[in-house]
Design a protein around this ligand. Structure first.
Ligand code: CMP
Length: 139
């Protein structure tokens, strides 16, 4: 099977709580390799643009404030079946529903401050990786 790409962010709650190292270790132990990584503090405009797909959702404004409330770590990952396998590795969006041993089960605080983001499709993985890293931009 060919390797594919997914994109993740370690979110402000996890960075502030010093979970960055543990989460990266968990991801590497799950068989992913890092293609690009960046520590960055998003502006509200950048966070709003990244999550524009959710602009009509009731949680959008809170999500934008939260994602610009502290630094994040943006990471492009590679593995066979990367998108689906990474979503299994992180667990459900709501940490209360995340399987034991998943990253969100271990490190997330709430449905909003849920420790990590994971792309939901190959197409979105490319778009999201391109948002942070010019080498992944598709013209
Ligand atoms: P993420 O996988 O980054 O994609 C959208 C984010 O919106 C999600 O993780 C959560 O951080 C946030 N969010 C806040 N409230 C909700 C909700 N009720 N349903 C889904 N996502 C939510």
């Amino acid at each position: 099977m060919n390797k594919t790409t997914t994109f993740t962010m370690i979110k402000p709650d996890a960075v502030i709580n010093n979970y960055t190292g543990k989460i990266i270790d968990h991801v590497l132990n799950a068989g992913f390799s890092i293609q690009a990584m960046k520590y960055i503090w998003l502006t509200a405009e950048q966070a709003g643009s990244f999550y524009a797909v959710h602009a009509a959702r009731p949680f959008y404004n809170d999500l934008v404030s939260y994602m610009s409330s502290g630094p994040i770590v943006a990471i492009v990952l590679e593995k066979e079946n990367a998108v689906e396998d990474f979503r299994k590795t992180i667990g459900a969006t709501d940490p209360q529903k995340a399987e034991p041993g998943t990253i969100r089960n271990l490190y997330a605080k709430s449905i909003e401050a849920n420790a990590v983001h994971g792309s939901d499709s190959d197409e979105n993985a490319q778009i999201e990786a391109g948002f942070f890293f010019s080498q992944f931009e598709r013209f």
